[in-house]
Design a protein. Structure first.
Length: 202
């Protein structure tokens, strides 16, 4: 009887896990495009606040993502198809990389990446109503956990725990009247006088 009970519990566990998995991917699939403002806070392993910044974001699935920090430093993180740009506005430098070469971009890739590609990279656990925890299943991941918090169909917050114990909290405020996005909104043209570093072999 004990063995039957354990088997039943295991079956229930995997059924619930599969349900949580499908719920999360359905929410992400429904969010084909999004834009708004964000506040991000970085904490050390002791819980002390290290950095706080704010800015705005835009997402167009699959493959387009814009994360622009306005304060206190001005930086732009931009994914456009196979290319990732990091533009430090204050330092007047830009770096271009291939999105396929750096697994550390995976947490934010959840917002605008290809869902079929991402599904096999995470184990999903439902924490509560609209709350999900994702654990990467590939060894190259530079982070330990991601939590996503939804308010109905809207993603309101993310929390990323890296392998050193630092924690990044993202509070999202979706635009009340979002503009229609197109792939052209995610193209990067190097401003005059900006030094560019190419790290993608292109």
């Amino acid at each position: 009887m004990k063995r039957i009970t354990q088997t039943a519990l295991l079956a229930l566990f995997f059924a619930v896990s599969a349900m949580a998995d499908e719920q999360l991917w359905a929410l992400l699939e429904a969010q084909e495009a999004a834009s708004g403002q964000f506040i991000q806070e970085l904490y050390d392993e002791e819980g002390e606040l290290l950095e706080r910044s704010s800015g705005h974001y835009a997402i167009l699935r699959p493959g387009f993502f814009r994360w622009e920090i306005d304060y206190p430093d001005r930086q732009l993180l931009l994914v456009s198809g196979d290319l990732f740009w990091h533009y430090d506005i204050d330092l007047a430098t830009a770096t271009r990389r291939s999105t396929g070469d750096d697994q550390s971009f995976a947490p934010l890739a959840l917002l605008g990446g290809d869902l079929e590609e991402l599904r096999g990279r995470f184990r999903v656990t439902r924490l509560g109503e609209g709350e999900f925890q994702l654990q990467p299943t590939y060894p190259a991941a530079g982070f330990a956990l991601v939590e996503m918090h939804w308010d109905g169909p809207l993603l309101r917050a993310m929390e990323i725990l890296d392998r050193s114990g630092q924690r990044l909290q993202l509070a999202l405020e979706p635009a009340a009247n979002p503009v229609k996005l197109a792939s052209g909104d995610f193209q990067f043209s190097v401003p005059e006088g900006v030094e560019v570093f190419y790290d993608d072999g292109v």
